[in-house]
Every structure is written in structure tokens, then in C-alpha cells.
Design a protein around this ligand. Structure first.
Ligand SMILES: Cc1cc2nc3c(=O)[nH]c(=O)nc-3n(C[C@H](O)[C@H](O)[C@H](O)COP(=O)(O)OP(=O)(O)OC[C@H]3O[C@@H](n4cnc5c(N)ncnc54)[C@H](O)[C@@H]3O)c2cc1C
Length: 407
């Protein structure tokens, strides 16, 4: 009899399979693709940001998960970021931590992460079957139905099929229907960690420009739905970058109509401080033309857009700026509006918000409360985090816990 049947050879499935096999269980892992870990390979721009070591205080670490914060407590207590780093180093993978806390393989190559997992799976005799798509589940007896109509039964079954992003990696959302068949609820999958499209003509001209430490506020039908500080990158299609990703994550389950963003380029200063700063500078440079009035404060391409929007006469000097122009300039600097015409094409987001609802899963084991022997792990769950290694950490931890819990 097979002890543990794992569906999905991503981060969660591989970690679960290895942990159960380490414990002496007979494990089979089924992967529909020709290769395992396709999402691991593309993660972190091909470097694979496996976790984050910036703040290991559990409460603060969990603050990086807009969904699943409470649920992940047990998984991270049992197998958290430090345990994961120890695990990889014990299995021969050298790691490095960058200044912002993101942890990568020292080689900067995601393939080294995958190879460490595959080598360990082999060492503990996990039976891996690639090109093997699960078509349906059976609950009595517990098992899976394959394309050739073969039924494989097992004492325990893990669904680790991922979410619905980058579908070319195999995560196509097929597992949600099995969860529903098992009686579980599934919260509607929505894109998270995504860029926004904008057809505002000035955006295109700023392609490549990055703004750091700004404040971003997202509005839907004029109601503020998400607010965050961070970085923004202009592209030829719209806006992206860590701050934009965070905003998209915080707003994932909010209404998304008539979206626009307001950004404050001086997030660290109150409006009065900004006004004083500009006035003081202009007093010391009173002969300066308005076209150069933001030289010290804002990058040239963005400054040109703002100045051309505010002033009709670019030849006047800063001492000639009137109150109306000054007010308008301040609002451009502190509430620069970007109209949004949608998100990046579906499937290109980094992670799925939504998935199998958490109240029907045991957080201490990842077991279904509804079907004995059924487990869930990874992105298929209604759990998602910000960028920085948090999504993979959730996959490793929930996978490890499932593999550690099966009887
Ligand atoms: C471009 C990109 C970059 C990212 N970078 C990072 C990063 O640097 N750090 C980070 O923390 N997170 C990152 N993420 C997110 C992270 O990679 C995922 O959250 C994580 O890999 C999910 O792991 P998983 O095991 O749950 O699912 P997946 O990796 O999606 O694995 C699911 C597996 O199940 C298989 N499967 C599905 N259905 C079936 C079936 N019916 N039968 C058999 N097999 C099936 C699939 O083929 C797939 O191999 C990134 C995501 C993307 C898209």
C-alpha cells in the first residue's frame, strides 16, 4: 500500500514528498509536466528567492501575508524560514542573504535549488512519475484517476497543484474542482502581485524610470482601497515594481472599477514641509526658470511632465510662480494621478490570491477536516504573501508539515 500520494511536483509537493519519505513512508509523486519544479526555476528572475531572513520574529514575518496570516502560524512554528535555510544548507546548498533579507542560492541559480530537492528525493526513494496527469480524485477508496483510467489508491493524498499563474508551468487551477468535490469551499482565485496597465500617454515616455520610497494609494470609484509605501517602475505598458505589487496584493479581493492610483513623491514629508522646502530653494535661486524649478527634487523626465502640466509659460522665473500654480504643483508632487486600465494579462501575475478555504483545513497538519487522509499544501490554498520569498516559504512550510503529519 502506498502511504502518500502527492499530486504536483512544485515546491510544496516536493518538500512534502521528501519529508514523508525521510520518515520512512512509501511515497509516489505525480507530475503532469515532463519536468518538476518549473515555477521554482523561473522564481526570483531565475535566481529563486527561497525565503526572507530580514525579520524572523514570527508575528512580523506573518505580516507579509495578506491572506493566511493566522493559518500559517503553526506551519512556520514547525518549519519556518530559519529551518528552511538549515534544511537546504544541510542538504548541500550554499545560500546567501541580500541586504533586504531576501535569501537566494549563493550561485544565483534556481536550478541549484531544484537539483538539491531532486537529489534528496532520490536519496529517500521518492518515486517520481512525470508526464502523469491526474484527471480526477476518488474518495472511497482514497486515490487518483489517471489519463489511462488507472486508479492509484493510497492511505494519504496531498493536493499540491499550485494556483493559476504562469500556466505554462503547469499551475492551471484544475485542483479547485477536486476540492469542491470533496466538500471544501474555494475562495475565487484572483491575480495578485501584478503590474497595472495605463494608457496615460505620459507614462510611456517615462518607461524605465524607477521611483523609490514613494506612497501609493489605489482608488476604485473614488474610494481608497489600498495604500502602501514602496518602489514603482514605469514601463511602456504601465506601472510595476515592488510597491505596485504590494498594492495589487492588498487590493486583490476589493472591487476593481474605475481604478486610479495617486502617488506621493515626498512620502516622508508633510505637505507643509514640502512647501517650505521648495520655497526655500527657490528663494536661493530666484532667477531660475520654472522649467528647472524641480531640478534638485525630481528626476528630469518626470519633472518635465509635471512642469509642462502646471505652467503655461515655461520662460518665467521661479520668483514669478503664482499661488494657483504653486498649489497645482504641490498636488502633482504629492498626489500624482495615474489612470489604470486593467491588470497585466491574466496568467502573468506572480501569485494567486484565493483558493481552498482555510477554515476546513487543520493548520497543525494541513489535513482536510472533511475527508480523512486528504491534505492540501502550497499555493492551491487561500494563502498568499508579498514578494521577497514569502510565497515559496508558505509552499515549503505547508508541504513539509503535510509530509510530517501523515500517518
Ligand atoms: C514569475 C514568478 C516568479 C516568482 N518568484 C518568486 C520568488 O522569487 N520567491 C517566492 O517566494 N515566490 C515566487 N513566486 C511564487 C512561487 O513560485 C509560488 O508561489 C510557488 O512556487 C508555488 O508552489 P506550489 O508547489 O504550491 O505550486 P506550483 O509550483 O505551481 O506547482 C504545482 C505543480 O502541480 C502540477 N500539477 C497541476 N495539476 C496537476 C495534475 N492534474 N496532475 C499532476 N500534476 C499537476 C503542476 O504541473 C506543477 O508542477 C514566483 C512566481 C512567479 C510566477
Amino acid at each position: 500500500m502506498i502511504d502518500f500520494l502527492v499530486i504536483g511536483g512544485g515546491a510544496a509537493g516536493l518538500m512534502a514528498a521528501i519529508r514523508a519519505a525521510e520518515r520512512g513512508k512509501k511515497v509516489i509523486l505525480l507530475e503532469k509536466g515532463a519536468k518538476l519544479g518549473r515555477k521554482i526555476l523561473i522564481s526570483g528572475g531565475g535566481r529563486c528567492n527561497i525565503t526572507n531572513h530580514k525579520n524572523l520574529n514570527l508575528r512580523q514575518f506573518l505580516a507579509n501575508y495578506p491572506r493566511g496570516q493566522k493559518f500559517l502560524w503553526s506551519a512556520f512554528s514547525r518549519f519556518g524560514p530559519q529551518d528552511l535555510m538549515n534544511w537546504f544548507e544541510c542538504h548541500g546548498l550554499k545560500l546567501k542573504t541580500e541586504d533586504d533579507g531576501r535569501v537566494f542560492p549563493a550561485s544565483n541559480k534556481s536550478i541549484d535549488v531544484l537539483e538539491t530537492l531532486l537529489k534528496t528525493a532520490k536519496q529517500f526513494k521518492v518515486e517520481i512519475r512525470t508526464n502523469t496527469e491526474v484527471i480526477d480524485l476518488s474518495f472511497d477508496p482514497l486515490g487518483v484517476l489517471l489519463e489511462n483510467n488507472n486508479l492509484i489508491t493510497a492511505s494519504n493524498l496531498l493536493i499540491a497543484c499550485g494556483g493559476m499563474t504562469y500556466q505554462s508551468t503547469g499551475s492551471t487551477g484544475t485542483a479547485y474542482k477536486w476540492a469542491i468535490k470533496a466538500g471544501h469551499k474555494v475562495s475565487e482565485p484572483k491575480p495578485s502581485l501584478t503590474g497595472y496597465l495605463s494608457t496615460d500617454p505620459w507614462i510611456k515616455n517615462l518607461a524605465g524610470l524607477s521611483l523609490k520610497d514613494i506612497e501609493l494609494k489605489l482608488f476604485s470609484e473614488q474610494v481608497l482601497i489600498a495604500q502602501e509605501k514602496g518602489a514603482l517602475l514605469f514601463t511602456h505598458w504601465g506601472i510595476t515594481g515592488p510597491g505596485v505589487f504590494k498594492i495589487s496584493s492588498l487590493a486583490a479581493n476589493k472591487p476593481q472599477k474605475e481604478l486610479y492610483l495617486k502617488i506621493n513623491l515626498f512620502a516622508e514629508e508633510k505637505t507643509d514641509q514640502l512647501k517650505t522646502k521648495l520655497k526655500n530653494y527657490w528663494q536661493a535661486h530666484s532667477k531660475r526658470k520654472v522649467i528647472n524649478c524641480l531640478d534638485e527634487f525630481v528626476s528630469e523626465r518626470l519633472a518635465n511632465y509635471i512642469i509642462e502640466s502646471v505652467f503655461s509659460n515655461l520662460q518665467k522665473t521661479v520668483s514669478e510662480i503664482n499661488n494657483k500654480e504653486f498649489g497645482l504643483l504641490i498636488s502633482y508632487l504629492s498626489e500624482l494621478k495615474i489612470n489604470i486600465n486593467g491588470k497585466r494579462p491574466s496568467g502573468e501575475e506572480i501569485v494567486t490570491a484565493g483558493g481552498v478555504c482555510l477554515n476546513e483545513i487543520e493548520p497543525q497538519t494541513m489535513a482536510s477536516k472533511l475527508v480523512k487522509g486528504l491534505y492540501f499544501a502550497g499555493e492551491v490554498l487561500d494563502v498568499d504573501g508579498f514578494t521577497g520569498g514569502y510565497n515559496l516559504q508558505a509552499a515549503w512550510s505547508t508541504g513539509w508539515l503535510a509530509g510530517n503529519s501523515i500517518i
